[in-house]
Design a binder for this molecule. Structure first.
Ligand code: HEC
Length: 165
């Protein structure tokens, strides 16, 4: 009889405590926080962080209102341009690099003329987006260049604007 009472008491206690929401019943991982894959805060509309990598399509990039970071350096941009862009776009920026001369089968894949209005009419954000994502026929520099280095390159490409260089 005494055993039965003890058993029933244990079962009753277990059932009762299962219904209670005591703090010690929770693991830290059960707190109401965001998943580790979730960004702590969405960037403000129309802006681009200099460190984060939001997905950037071309029309969004064109409308970016954020100016490049203040520490941006066109001279570092030039050094990077000479490494990464010259093979196709050439030192002059007009697309007279060595690589296009060897593109295959006469397909017209001339790199864009970076000195042209067609390119220079676009915003800094659009240039940044182009370097970040590449195009159908131009590689992406998302991994080779850090976001800051990409802004440096954009600043340098701006110097191709007519007469500026
Ligand atoms: C392998 C050759 C190649 C390299 C390297 C290259 N580009 Fe290009 N780029 C192209 C081609 C080809 C186009 C023409 C776009 C197209 O037809 O898709 C282009 C287009 C562009 C455009 C204009 C995009 C447009 O849609 O009109 C910009 C701006 C540009 N490149 C900047 C750069 C910069 C800055 C670098 C260096 C970080 C670079 N490119 C490296 C081949 C290259």
């Amino acid at each position: 009889m005494a055993r039965r009472v003890i058993r029933l008491t244990i079962v009753a206690a277990a059932l009762l405590s299962a219904g209670c929401d005591a703090p010690w019943q929770h693991e830290m991982r059960e707190q109401p926080s965001l998943a580790s894959t979730h960004s702590p805060r969405e960037p403000a509309a129309g802006t681009l962080t200099t460190r984060g990598e939001p997905r950037l399509d071309r029309s969004t990039a064109e409308r970016l209102s954020q100016t490049p970071p203040p520490s941006v350096s066109a001279s570092n941009g030039r050094a990077l341009y000479e490494i990464y862009c010259v093979p196709c776009h050439g030192l002059s920026g007009t697309g007279d690099g060595l690589v296009p001369k060897h593109f295959m089968l006469g397909v017209d894949v001339r790199p864009a003329d970076l000195t042209s209005d067609a390119v220079q009419q676009h915003s800094d954000g659009w240039l940044y987006g182009t370097v970040t994502n590449g195009t159908a026929r131009m590689p992406s520099y998302r991994y080779e260049l850090t976001p800051h280095e990409r802004w440096d390159v954009v600043m340098f490409v701006r110097q191709f604007r007519s007469g500026a260089r």
